[in-house]
Design a protein around this ligand. Sequence first.
Ligand SMILES: Nc1ncnc2c1ncn2[C@@H]1O[C@H](COP(=O)(O)OS(=O)(=O)O)[C@@H](OP(=O)(O)O)[C@H]1O
Length: 531
Amino acid sequence: MKFMRFLLISFLVLCLLCITAILLLPRIQERNFLPLQSKTLARYAKSLATKFVQSDGSSQGYMKKALPSSDPTFESSTDLSRKWEPESDDGEFINLFRDATEQGNGEDKKEIEEEKQNSEASTEAGVLSYDEMKCQPHNKIAFLKTHKTGSSTLTNILNRYADLNELIIALPRQSLYRFGWPGYFSWRSVDLLRLNGQPASILCNHARYRRQEMDIIMHNDTKYITILRDPVYQFESTFHYMELYRYFNLANSLNPMEGFLSKPREHLLKLRRTSRSLPDSIHLVRNGMFFDLGLSPALQEDEEGIWKAIKRLESEFSLVLIMEYFDESLVLLKREFCWDLDDVIYVKQNERKSGENSFNNISSPQLKDRIREWNNADLLLYEHFNKTFWSKIKQHGQEFYNDLAELKRKNEEIKRDCVSPEEVTEIAFRLTGQIRAFKLNKRVSSFNRYLCQKILTNEINYINYFRSKLHPNSEYQNQLRAAGKAPPLTKSWESVIAKRIRTRRAQIYGQIRQPQFFPLRAQIPQQVVSR
Ligand SMILES: Nc1ncnc2c1ncn2[C@@H]1O[C@H](COP(=O)(O)OS(=O)(=O)O)[C@@H](OP(=O)(O)O)[C@H]1O
């Protein structure tokens, strides 16, 4: 009898424990996905709840109406707390938004006050640096997106920054995803309709560098940035990802890259003789990064010309990042442009599936040397900017490394929360190779869900999303305008942009003739194969 009573009591205690566990589990899980306690993320989270509250008090997102339901960023919303007001600090052009701090509502002011207190408290604890409190974020950036250098990850960061800060972004025209590449950049390759007569604040899709043309559509005080990678690995990644070996009939070779590099000029000459139409990617077969940065293939063997080009780039670019030190690069960007650390958190994009990467394809030190020899201009370029990169970092002192550690921590956290543990691969855009893809974690915390969706949006989907968002007649833009938070519809955007182009051209070119638009059809330039 006593034993029976003991059993009954144990059973009841067990039931009680189970019920308590069931009730507490969701809270424990939520707490394990440590929300990133910072001003930017707090802003994102808040925006979810409040930004799209319409005048009738309902919280139906404008984006939901403006975007197709297949859009991965469907639930996103953007900051409506800023009002549009014309300014005249950019020639005849006007800035879209005034600083929220100047005219924020009571809620904003409270938030700003809280942020101020937080930064003061953190500074006392030595977390925030002096310059962070002083400087103004720089938000006019042209990113020259080089190939196979981690550039898609950086493009995601810039897309996100433009999106969340309501900046105007330059998009490739029509249904294209590059600015006329492999032709030189031209303002004609930009979707002018979606600029609605404004200069662009951000540009971050593939383009071939031509500064004067970029200046035509960008703000006057735009900063130019780019990223480089060790040419050995950049070449390997390009050669395999772009499947260049197929054009040299090396698909069945044991080591296609070795096959190509044993007699590269012969391979290219043969290709030129036998092929009438060539893929655009053939332009990346030698010194691909410098090709993106505008170097004429005629200069590939001319060391003096290469050095001149390097020096010119050094004077024109504010930052040259290095892929091998991706986190260091982002901390540098964050500090030089006065961004928040949360602006540069990321999940790696465009990574080839394991087994298809460099380490399997570069078989010997001799092969590495051959790649370096073939990509002579890229090697000089990379080595030069690797040096300037580290001398820039030196100027930042110990605080740089505090930021670096913090960024790494945040990245791990956000990856754990955003990315589903399920392994996903997808086919590379218009190619057959496989790359790692990511699925949104079904159990993502509600706090981070919005940011996670943005982080996992790839380049193509982001362009499509911006096409909907920035269309001047979209419901989203109409709503913004109705609320006085976007500039009026430009009656004739052609004439506005034409006026700007005339002014800028006159400033930039003076008497120099406007360069011809490079034809889109790929042709192997004679110089690529000449000795
Ligand atoms: N954060 C970070 N750190 C280090 N490496 C990174 C990072 N992000 C992308 N990657 C690697 O960059 C390669 C893809 O480059 P891109 O995005 O520029 O490719 S593309 O030109 O846009 O197709 C691709 O290299 P491979 O895997 O060798 O092909 C990616 O793995």
